[in-house]
Design a protein around this ligand. Structure first.
Ligand code: ADP
Ligand code: MG
Length: 697
C-alpha cells in the first residue's frame, strides 16, 4: 500500500493549520489569546469558531458532536448529540453554537466522584479545553473537555493536569530569570508515551473468560519456551502483525498522532508503539485515543490488543514509558544539558531540583503508577521494581560527585568546573541505558518507566509537574536575592552541594532488578511500597497535601475523593477477578478434570476385566483426583473470602482485605489449576494454553 503521509496526516484534526485557513483573522487572534493567557472565550468568537468547526467537521462526514472527557473510571467518556435542529417547513438544519462548543452538561451521576458530587444535587459539567485540538472520528466531532462539578471540584484526570502545567509554567519562568533567561514567558511540560501491548488471536481470546472479563489470564501453566532466548525483541515482524501496524499507523496519523516507532518487544506477542512527544495535555489525549484505536484496529485483523499490565504470568508485563521534559516558548528543552556554561549551570540546577523532588516525593511517584493490574508488573521480570530511584549515567554522576566534593571534574578533553567550562556531552543512544531504572535520564529527558500500560498518563504527569514546581520554587526563593550578583554561581554551587549531600540516596546506577538492590534501598531508607494498598494512603500525607494545596492542584476533598476512588477500583478489580476464577474453575476446569478422571477409571475397569495392567492410568487418576479435591476446596474458600471482603465497610480496610486474603487465595487456586493443566491431555483442557495463545499470531 502506498500512503501519502503528509496528505493524510492530521486530516481529521482541527489544528492550527486548519484554524488559520478557516477562521477570520480576528477570530483566530482572539482564540490564540484565550489559549495563551487563559482567558475566557467571548461568545461572539465562540459562535464563529463553532460554526467554522461544524462546517469543517461536516465535510469530514460528521453528523454529531461530543464533549470528550476523562472521568475517574480510567477510560474516556463521550455522549453524542446531533447537529440537527428543526428549521421552518419541517426542514432540518445543522446547527452548532458557541455555547454547545464551550460547555456541556452530561448527566454524569454514575461517574465515580468519591463523594464530591451528590447524585441528587449538584451535576457535573464539561468545559472545552482549547489547548487540545478537536477531531473527527467515526462520524462525530470530538471536543476535548475537562469535567468538573458545579462547585468547581475536579471529577476528571485532565483538570489537575492543566492546573499542574500552569503551576509549572509560572514557577519555571521565574526560575529561569535567575539564569538570564528573560525572554521565556511560558514553560510547557512535554510527554512521549511509549505504549507497550500484546496482540493475540481473537479466536483464542474468545475462549478465555478471564481475558474477556479481566483483561488478563487468571490461569495458565508456563509454556516450555518463554522469553529466555530473547528472540522476539526487535525481531522482524510477522505478516499479520506488520499488516496490523501499518493500518494502526495510518489511523493514528489521520488523528494527528505522530506514531513514529514500532517494534516487537521482549516477550512473545508483545509490541510497542512510540509517538513523537508533544505537550502533556495533548500527549495525554493522544495516548487515550491511541489505546482506543489500537484495540479497534486489532479487531479488524482478527486480533485482540491487550493493554493490561500483566496479561500472562511469567512473561514480561507491559508498561507505558512516560518520557518527560519541559520546553520553553523560545524552543529550549530544559533537560538538554546545553553547550554553554550558563546553560550547563541552569541544567545542573534543574537536575538537582529533580533529584531532591524525586527523593522527597518518591511515595507520590510510586502512587502515580499504582493499580491492581500494575501491581503484578512492578517488581516482576524485566520490569521496574516498586522502589523509586533515579539513574543518571556514569558521566553525569561523576559531574555531580565532583560538585559534591568540591573537585574539578576531568574528562580526557577538558576539565569541568561548574559554571566555567562546557559539560561533557551525554550519551543519547540506548546502548548506555539502564533499563532497570524506574526513572532514568536519557540524554535530554527523563523516562519514567513505572507507569502501567493501561493507565491514563495524566496522573504521573500531574505529580511530576507538581513536584518540580515545588522544588524550582524553593530554589528560586533561595537564589533570587543573588540574581545577577558576582556571588551567584557560588550560591548555586552551595545549594547544589547541599541538595546532593541530602538526596544522593535516590540515585542508583546499578541493576534495579537484583535482590541486592532491595536490601540496599532499605538500608538507604527508600520506601518500597509493594502494592497499591500500601502506597495509596500516602496520597493525603500532610507533606503531599501541602504541595497540592500550594499550587492549587487538589484541595483536601479532591485528594481524599481520589484516594477513595482508587481504592474502590482496586477492590472492584480484585473482586471481579476472584469471581471469574471461581466461575471458570467450577464450570470449566473442575468438570474437565473430573471428566478425565472418569475416563481413566473407565479405562482401568475395562483393562482390569481383560487382565491388562493399568498402573499408569491409576497413577494419573490418583494424582488428578487429589488435585481436583484441592481445587474444589480452593473454590469454596475463595468464594467465602470474597463474601467476607464485601462486608468490610472501611474503603482502605476492604482493599487491604482483598489484597491480603482474596489475592492470596487466588494464588493458591492458580497453582493447583496450573498443576492440573500440566497433567491433563491438551485435548481435554477446556481453555487455550499459554503456548497456543502467545505463539499463535
Ligand atoms: P526508547 O524505547 O529507546 O526509550 P523510543 O524512541 O521508543 O525510545 O521513545 C522515546 C520517546 O521519548 C519518544 O516518544 C520521544 O518522542 C520521547 N521524547 C524525546 N524527547 C522528548 C522530550 N523532550 N520530552 C518528552 N518526550 C521526549
Ligand atoms: Mg521504545
Amino acid at each position: 500500500m502506498s500512503v501519502n503521509i503528509p496528505e493524510i496526516f492530521a486530516c481529521n484534526v482541527f489544528n492550527e493549520e486548519v484554524m488559520k485557513t478557516r477562521l477570520p483573522k480576528n477570530v483566530y487572534k482572539n482564540f490564540k489569546k484565550t489559549v495563551r493567557y487563559n482567558e475566557p472565550l467571548d461568545m461572539t468568537t465562540a459562535d464563529v469558531l463553532a460554526n467554522a468547526i461544524k462546517e469543517w467537521a461536516m465535510e469530514k462526514g460528521a453528523t454529531h458532536y461530543t464533549h470528550w472527557f476523562q472521568p475517574m473510571t480510567g477510560s474516556t467518556a463521550e455522549k453524542h448529540d446531533s447537529f440537527i435542529t428543526p428549521g421552518s417547513n419541517g426542514m432540518a438544519l445543522m446547527e452548532f453554537s458557541g455555547k454547545a462548543l464551550v460547555k456541556g452538561e452530561p448527566d454524569a451521576s454514575s461517574f465515580p466522584s468519591g463523594g464530591l458530587r451528590q447524585t441528587s444535587s449538584a451535576r457535573g459539567y464539561t468545559a472545552w479545553d482549547p489547548t487540545s485540538y478537536c477531531f473527527v472520528k467515526e462520524g462525530s466531532l470530538y471536543i476535548p473537555t475537562v469535567f468538573v462539578s458545579y462547585t468547581g471540584e475536579v471529577l476528571d484526570k485532565k483538570t489537575p493536569l492543566l492546573r499542574s502545567m500552569q503551576a509549572l509554567s509560572k514557577t519555571a519562568v521565574r526560575f529561569l530569570k535567575l539564569f538570564g533567561n528573560d525572554r521565556v514567558t511560558q514553560v510547557t511540560s512535554t510527554v512521549g508515551a511509549e505504549q507497550e501491548y500484546f496482540l493475540i488471536d481473537k479466536k483464542m481470546y474468545d475462549q478465555r473468560e478471564d481475558l474477556i472479563l479481566t483483561g488478563r489470564t487468571l490461569f495458565g501453566a508456563k509454556p516450555p519456551k518463554g522469553q529466555e532466548l530473547d528472540d522476539q525483541y526487535f525481531a522482524n515482524l510477522r505478516p499479520r502483525i506488520a499488516a496490523y501496524m501499518e493500518e494502526l499507523d495510518i489511523e493514528l496519523w489521520k488523528l494527528g498522532i505522530f506514531s513514529k516507532t514500532k517494534h516487537n518487544e521482549v516477550a512473545p506477542a508483545q509490541h510497542e508503539m512510540a509517538p513523537i512527544f508533544t505537550t502533556s495535555n495533548l500527549g495525554t489525549d493522544q495516548n487515550e485515543l491511541a489505546m482506543e484505536v489500537m484495540e479497534k484496529v486489532a479487531l479488524r485483523h482478527g486480533l485482540v490488543c491487550l493493554l493490561h499490565e500483566k496479561p500472562f504470568e511469567g512473561v514480561n508485563g507491559s508498561g507505558k514509558h512516560n518520557n518527560w521534559s519541559m520546553s520553553t516558548n523560545d524552543g529550549q528543552n530544559l533537560l538538554d544539558p546545553g553547550d554553554t556554561p550558563m546553560e550547563n549551570l541552569q541544567f545542573l540546577t534543574i537536575l538537582c531540583a529533580l533529584i531532591k523532588g524525586v527523593d522527597e516525593y518518591a511515595d507520590l511517584m510510586r502512587l502515580s503508577a499504582a493499580s491492581a493490574g500494575n501491581d503484578h508488573r512492578l517488581g516482576a521480570d524485566e520490569a521496574p521494581p516498586a522502589i523509586v530511584s533515579m539513574f543518571l549515567g556514569e558521566e553525569l554522576d561523576a559531574v555531580l560527585q565532583a560538585i559534591e566534593n568540591d573537585e574539578v571534574y576531568k574528562t580526557e578533553a577538558k576539565a569541568f568546573e561548574i559554571g566555567v567550562d562546557a559539560l561533557p556531552s551525554f550519551p543519547k543512544d540506548s546502548t548506555d541505558r539502564n533499563r532497570t531504572s524506574p526513572f532514568a535520564f536519557t540524554g535530554n529527558r527523563f523516562e519514567f518507566r513505572m507507569v502501567g500500560s493501561s493507565d491514563n498518563i495524566a496522573c504521573p504527569n500531574v505529580l511530576l509537574n507538581t513536584i518540580v514546581s515545588e522544588e524550582l520554587d524553593q530554589f528560586t526563593e533561595i537564589l533570587e536575592p543573588f540574581k545577577g550578583s558576582e556571588g551567584f554561581e557560588q550560591e548555586v554551587k552551595k545549594l547544589l552541594k547541599k541538595v546532593l549531600k541530602e538526596h544522593r540516596r535516590i540515585i542508583f546506577n546499578g541493576d534495579g532488578y537484583s535482590p541486592e538492590w532491595v536490601k540496599e534501598a532499605e538500608r538507604r531508607g527508600l520506601p518500597n511500597y509493594a502494592s497499591t494498598v500500601d502506597c495509596m494512603p500516602h496520597y493525603t500525607d500532610e507533606k503531599n497535601m501541602r504541595i497540592f494545596r500550594k499550587f492549587g492542584i487538589y484541595n483536601q476533598n479532591e485528594l481524599t475523593a481520589r484516594t477513595e476512588i482508587h481504592l474502590e477500583k482496586y477492590s472492584k478489580t480484585v473482586r471481579i477477578e476472584g469471581r471469574t476464577m471461581v466461575e471458570m474453575a467450577r464450570k470449566q476446569l473442575l468438570p474437565a478434570t473430573l471428566g478425565y478422571v472418569q475416563t481413566l477409571c473407565e479405562s482401568i475397569a475395562t483393562k482390569n476385566q481383560i487382565g491388562i495392567k493399568s498402573t499408569t492410568e491409576e497413577k494419573i487418576a490418583n494424582k488428578l483426583s487429589d488435585l481436583a479435591e484441592k481445587l474444589y476446596d480452593s473454590i469454596e474458600r475463595l468464594e467465602q473470602r470474597i463474601g467476607e471482603a464485601n462486608k468490610v465497610k472501611d474503603i482502605q480496610q476492604q482493599a487491604e482485605f482483598f489484597h491480603d486474603r482474596v489475592l492470596a487465595e487466588m494464588d493458591i487456586m492458580r497453582t493447583v489449576a496450573d498443576e492440573i493443566e500440566l497433567n491433563m491431555p491438551a485435548s481435554q483442557w477446556p481453555i487455550p494454553a499459554y503456548s497456543e495463545i502467545i505463539y499463535n499470531v
